[in-house]
Design a protein around this ligand. Structure first.
Ligand SMILES: [Zn+2]
Length: 188
């Protein structure tokens, strides 16, 4: 039946959602893994902040910026050579998702109101906005890679951060497996 519907039968269904439990589902949307997903994202933010501080940049982690009647909190604001860099990491799926998520992050934070707040916060004269998009398999989007290279993040730091993501994906999958196993629809 599932084959007839064009669905790959090699994946079990998720015991939480009933959806096909491939790694895209488990690492991106499943209700069983939300806590660890946030944890993985936060570890990337922390590791990047650590690298920037080591290079003596001014760093703000999740500064609260007033926008219209609400607020937004970009993950990182970093200052280098009087330019403020708004950086927002995202753990994504493969392929198109990287470019889409990058553009979404840029669109969200490059509004004039956000830029004004960042300029006021940092005392800089210019703002650049970038998504730091990394796949759950530990690969990085090219444009994100170039900005971090420009900011002096060295290969060794890279490998360390991407390895963390890869290990966290395994931990997320492992958590999903133990929580979902008892209730999921078994493959036949
Ligand atoms: Zn699920």
């Amino acid at each position: 039946m599932r084959q007839a519907n064009g669905v790959d039968p090699s994946w079990a269904n998720c015991g939480c959602c009933g959806l096909r439990a491939d790694l895209n589902h488990i690492s991106q949307v499943c209700g069983l893994t939300g806590g660890l997903r946030t944890h993985c994202h936060d570890r990337v933010v922390k590791a990047l902040a650590f690298c920037f501080r080591k290079r003596k940049y001014q760093v703000w982690v999740e500064p609260r910026l007033a926008v219209h009647k609400t607020f937004c909190k970009p993950d990182l604001v970093v200052v280098k050579d009087r330019v403020a860099y708004v950086l927002d990491p995202a753990i994504c799926t493969n392929g198109l998702d990287l470019a889409i998520r990058y553009d979404q992050k840029v669109a969200k934070y490059q509004q004039a109101t956000v830029r004004d707040q960042v300029l006021a916060l940092t005392g800089c004269t210019a703002v650049e906005t970038h998504g730091i998009c990394i796949t759950y398999r530990g690969a990085i989007y090219e444009r994100s890679y170039h900005v971090l290279r420009k900011l002096g993040i060295v290969k060794r730091s890279w490998n360390f951060i991407l390895l963390k993501v890869l290990v966290d994906t395994w931990r997320i999958w492992n958590q999903w497996r133990s929580n979902s196993y008892s209730t999921r629809t078994r493959r036949r």
